[in-house]
Design a protein. Structure first.
Length: 208
């Protein structure tokens, strides 16, 4: 019975992080990297996976150390822990994926102050056991990566007619360059948020 409850709670954590409390489409967190790096699918996936790794590791270690961190310096402590994992990610990307590193630029180091990661540390990891905290980090990371991938797919396809450099819309397609500009990022994000809200409202009405 206990294992069934545990399984259910993990499934709920996954569902919340990916769908019902998606950090991008529902909670509107991490808007700066969301709008800045989603000009290509490669950038979106790279940023999403980097943030996922940091979320899992920082949530786990913050949970392990939560009883030893004084309340007055908890935010500073969280940032130090998060910064350690961000540095590891940054060095790994520079070593193995230099093109991605130059493309993402400062947005990898800025994961340290990404409000998604700090929010999960404060709201979940500081109050729960290590394994559920790691699962929460994984769920939010998947939700964030999925959102970035969807946004960047729309922007790259409409803005350049290609995905991963492969032309999908033919030589006669005239790219809508505004979509890969900042204004286009706001437009695509706004339409996708509206679509997600519409679908969720429809699902809720059916459930009732």
């Amino acid at each position: 019975m206990a294992s069934k409850k545990k399984k259910t709670s993990y499934l709920n954590i996954l569902k919340e992080g990916i769908v019902t409390k998606n950090p991008t489409f529902i909670q509107l967190l991490g808007m700066c990297p969301t709008l800045a790096v989603t000009t290509t699918v490669a950038n979106g996936i790279g940023m999403g996976l980097s943030a996922t790794f940091v979320l899992i590791c920082s949530n786990f270690f913050i949970s392990v150390l939560r009883k030893f961190i004084p309340n007055k310096i908890r935010i500073a402590s969280y940032i130090v822990i998060i910064a350690g994992f961000v540095s590891a990610v940054e060095m790994a990307i520079k070593a193995w994926l230099p093109d991605l590193a130059s493309s993402l630029g400062l947005f990898i180091p800025l994961i340290v102050v990404n409000c998604i990661i700090l929010a999960r540390a404060e709201a979940f990891a500081s109050k729960n056991a290590p394994l559920p905290s790691a699962m929460d980090g994984l769920a939010c990371g998947i939700g964030f990566t999925l959102a970035l991938t969807i946004i960047s797919t729309v922007r790259e396809l409409i803005g350049s007619g290609s995905i991963f450099g492969v032309n999908l819309l033919g030589p006669n397609y005239s790219p809508a360059l505004i979509i890969i500009l900042p204004a286009g990022g706001f437009l695509v994000l706004g339409f996708l948020i509206a679509l997600v809200q519409f679908i969720m409202a429809k699902v809720e009405r059916r459930g009732e």
